[in-house]
Design a protein around this ligand. Sequence first.
Ligand code: DX5
Ligand code: ZN
Length: 223
Amino acid sequence: MIKIAASIMCANQLNLARELDRLEAARVDMLHCDVMDGSYVANLAMGPYVLEEIRAYTSIPLDIHLAVVEPEKYIKLFAGCKPEFISVHAEATRHLHRTLDMIREIGVKPVVALNPSTPLPALRHVLHEIDMVLVMTVDPGFAGQKFVTSVLHKIRTLREMCWERGLNPLIEIDGNINSQTIPPAVAAGANVLVAGTSSIFKGEDADYVLLVQQMRDSVKKIS
Ligand code: DX5
Ligand code: ZN
């Protein structure tokens, strides 16, 4: 079962309530919330205050992507948003195992994020403890980038690594996910798709119901 996670950073920030109504109508499965600190990535985006407002407005589950250095400092700040998932980058925290424990302690499912250049062994020893792997298909930080095709091989290898160990975490892909990139990525093993500017956030007149359906249809082409 494929899940669509709409990247709320790409929505119209002056009109978030209307955007959430449109995303609910389009039946997206999650809201992907990029938190950026200007240090791990050269951009700034979304903090706990706005995410708490979003939580209060909609029942769509939140998937918080911490693109920050030392994410362990911020995990408790996001407890009030009651997200389903919080992801941290493997190389952004000194003690990954402890950081994943902190996420679990606030009742949230922990996720490890890997940049296109981060090798899979970075998560080998925590794979059995996480609910999802966030495989970045662009370097994090900005919408509108080009898909890194070498990541397809990594997704396939990750899926095999999970099978061999009897594990079945969700595999989320983030960055330039659209009807061209979805079929090979899903064939490789991805099952959570972040929808950003390249698939659904195409302005006020965009029909989110149709665009989300197109994403789901592009998956059917491969099965
Ligand atoms: C990149 C972000 C993505 C991005 C997706 O750091 O995590 O969520 O905004 O948008 P597009 O589809 O433009 O790549
Ligand atoms: Zn993201």
